[in-house]
Design a protein around this ligand. Structure first.
Ligand SMILES: Cc1cc2nc3c(=O)[nH]c(=O)nc-3n(C[C@H](O)[C@H](O)[C@H](O)COP(=O)(O)OP(=O)(O)OC[C@H]3O[C@@H](n4cnc5c(N)ncnc54)[C@H](O)[C@@H]3O)c2cc1C
Length: 305
């Protein structure tokens, strides 16, 4: 069971930072609490009593999002359900509805923040590969005396390893800022012990923009999670495909490439096979979302298992 001596609900960033700075060692920030609550149950951390919990869910600055200059600024309290139901987010972040639909269940999606998922830094966190593909940065704030000191860090530098990030003890993440990709087709593949209410064993994301001829890849973004200590962007495959006419052979060639990236200590052969199928399925599903003719209908059938 999780208990705490004090439960704070600040409504502004300066208030939250002041409480956080003065909180006794062992205190925790909390947003949706969907990671912290299971962590504190018997069998993981066991019964836990925290000196203080600082609940960020009422902080005004962390709510909502805005789209400007080709980027989406997602407040730290944006939850997974928003990526499913908000039409503007669906249009600008075309891979996120597919990521969200396989994320937990309705109740957890309504609570779970993208930022909590990124800070948790699980190698198999569903939110990290899409955000890597969208060139995400985290906006972070701390108190410097009484002034707010802000910094921005690329997600690829923020996640250091399983459960490890660059977040410093006195800091709070205020936002995730990522590319806006209207006009792209998006997709997300995930495998775990079962299909819903499960943390991924591995996951893959694709975002594709096709040129006007409907045959040439104008831009592509690909990333993988669950194959090593941190999720990875697949720049080499992106380079292979960008500017090329999409064919079944090219997709087969591309999907064979990331097998060497599987660095997990467990179930390596299984993950290699999964990853190959994932990349193929991710590309084909994203092409379907683009509404272009597919290179080979038989492959689609196989990829959609
Ligand atoms: C039943 C169930 C199913 C799940 N399914 C999935 C799944 O399919 N895929 C998946 O990836 N995960 C899944 N999870 C894990 C969890 O829901 C996610 O990681 C979620 O996104 C965490 O967000 P949260 O807001 O609940 O984080 P919290 O539990 O509130 O916090 C998580 C961590 O982030 C820190 N934190 C939160 N906000 C901030 C901030 N603004 N600044 C600094 N630090 C912050 C907290 O201190 C804590 O260390 C599941 C969990 C459960 C219980």
């Amino acid at each position: 069971m999780l208990t705490c001596d004090k439960y704070h609900m600040p409504t502004s960033i300066p208030e939250a930072l002041a409480i956080w700075q003065d909180a006794a060692e062992g205190s925790r920030l909390v947003a949706g609490a969907t990671d912290i609550l299971p962590w504190a149950r018997e069998g993981r951390a066991g019964d836990v009593n925290l000196p203080a919990m600082i609940d960020l869910s009422r902080v005004a600055e962390l709510q909502g999002y805005k789209v400007a200059n080709g980027r989406v600024h997602l407040g730290a309290n944006v939850v997974y359900q928003d990526f499913l139901t908000d039409e503007t987010l669906r249009q600008h972040l075309p891979c996120m509805p597919f990521c969200s639909i396989w994320f937990a269940d309705d109740q957890i999606r309504a609570q779970a923040t993208l930022v909590g998922n990124l800070v948790n830094a699980s190698p198999a966190a569903d939110g990290t590969p899409p955000m890597l593909a969208l060139n995400a940065e985290l906006e972070i704030v701390r108190l410097d005396g009484k002034a707010l000191k802000r910094r921005t860090i690329a997600l690829s530098d923020f996640v250091k390893g399983p459960g490890k990030t660059d977040l410093q003890p006195d800091e709070i993440v205020t936002a995730v800022i990522c590319d806006s990709l209207p006009g792209y087709g998006g997709s997300f593949q995930k495998v775990g012990q079962r299909r819903s209410l499960v943390i991924s064993s591995a996951c893959a994301v694709a975002c594709i923009k096709m040129a006007e001829d409907d045959e040439t890849v104008e831009d592509i973004r690909l990333a993988l999670g669950g194959v090593g200590p941190v999720p990875v962007r697949l720049d080499d495959i992106e380079m292979l495909l960008r500017g090329k006419r999409i064919t079944a052979d090219l997709i087969t060639q591309a999907s064979a490439m990331p097998a060497g990236r599987v660095a997990s200590r467990t179930r390596q052969e299984y993950r290699r096979t999964v990853v190959k199928g994932f990349i193929e399925a991710a590309i084909l599903d994203a092409l379907i979302e683009c509404g272009v003719p597919l290179p080979n209908a038989a492959e689609v059938e196989n990829a959609h298992v």
